[in-house]
Design a protein around this ligand. Structure first.
Ligand code: SAM
Length: 285
């Protein structure tokens, strides 16, 4: 609730800029990488198999504050620095991406020791960002990560090998599975602070393997059930690929139908880039 209010304040202070830049903001009262295993009921694969794919896999999805792989040392600490205010202004100026804004919002919700879910690991940038937010000496934090593609988890594993310490990696569990099954892997007694979705296809991968509206909605339902009060469902969704628009509309329908007494749901979108990613936050009061 607090973070939403703070964003609202930032938005009103920069309303003239917002108007000029035509950015729409609708507030609709609304990886332990187990050292040995990637687990799944159907697939269990050795992490050793991933050792060969160790290149940083492009930066089409970047971690907040790291515009390119030249910012690599940044990952050693927190990939998310600076303030929410700064990132919102940079977003308005077209210098920050939706994914980066998402990472900053996460910083306002996620605390050290929290349990979080990366529902679409892909190349692992979001997984890494989440890991840096939850990891500390207590080693209580957990990142449950999943993807339907083994190659995506290989990429995620590789990124973590490079930018997370062995102790941090132990806080990540990766599963080759659909996010609609997330309840199968998060223990019942774990209060999840954040579930992150970054939908669509794997950058640099097979563009035919995409998230689908039916399973995405099932996953949102599951996320809704496992999320702790004060937790956040964060969604970056894309409309430029086949099925993307429909998926976005289903998500919007899902979010719009959540009761205002229990949820605050909002959307951020650049108006004059019709194919720009949509950023949605569903905050559980
Ligand atoms: C845009 S990418 C995610 C990017 C990633 N979060 C990152 O930081 O690099 C979308 C991913 O969703 C995965 N995906 C597609 N359908 C899925 C499903 N039903 N459950 C989980 N992941 C899925 C794809 O394989 C792809 O890797």
């Amino acid at each position: 609730m607090l973070f939403v209010e703070s964003i609202q304040m930032n938005l009103s202070s920069y309303s003239s800029i917002l108007a000029r830049r035509m950015v729409q903001c609708e507030w609709n009262l609304k990886f332990s990488i187990s050292p040995l295993l990637f687990s799944s009921k159907k697939s269990t694969i050795s992490i050793a198999a991933f050792a060969s794919s160790s290149e940083l896999n492009g930066a089409s999805i970047s971690v907040a504050g790291a515009e390119s792989s030249s910012s690599i040392p940044f990952f050693r600490d927190s990939p998310i620095s600076g303030s929410m205010e700064q990132v919102m202004v940079e977003y308005v100026f077209g210098r920050k991406k939706a994914t980066e804004v998402a990472h900053y919002v996460w910083k306002h919700i996620v605390q050290k020791g929290d349990a979080v879910v990366d529902a679409t690991c892909g190349n692992g940038y979001d997984t890494l960002a989440l890991l840096k937010l939850v990891a500390d000496k207590t080693r209580r934090g957990r990142v449950y990560g999943m993807d339907v593609q083994k190659i995506a988890l290989e990429s995620t594993s590789s990124l973590l090998d490079q930018f997370a310490s062995p102790d941090e990696k132990e806080l990540v569990e990766l599963f080759v599975m659909s996010h609609s099954q997330m309840e199968d892997i998060v223990p019942n007694d774990v209060a999840v602070r954040l579930v992150a979705f970054n939908l669509g296809y794997l950058p640099g991968g097979d563009k035919k393997i995409i998230t689908r509206s039916e399973t995405t909605v099932l996953a949102l339902e599951a996320a809704k059930r496992i999320l702790a009060p004060g937790g956040l469902i964060s969604i970056v969704t894309y409309v430029g690929h086949p099925g993307g628009r429909e998926e976005f509309e289903k998500i919007e329908e899902f979010a719009s139908g959540l009761p205002v007494e229990a949820w605050n749901c909002c959307k951020l979108h650049t108006l004059n880039r019709p194919l720009a990613p949509m950023l949605l936050f569903l905050f559980k009061r």
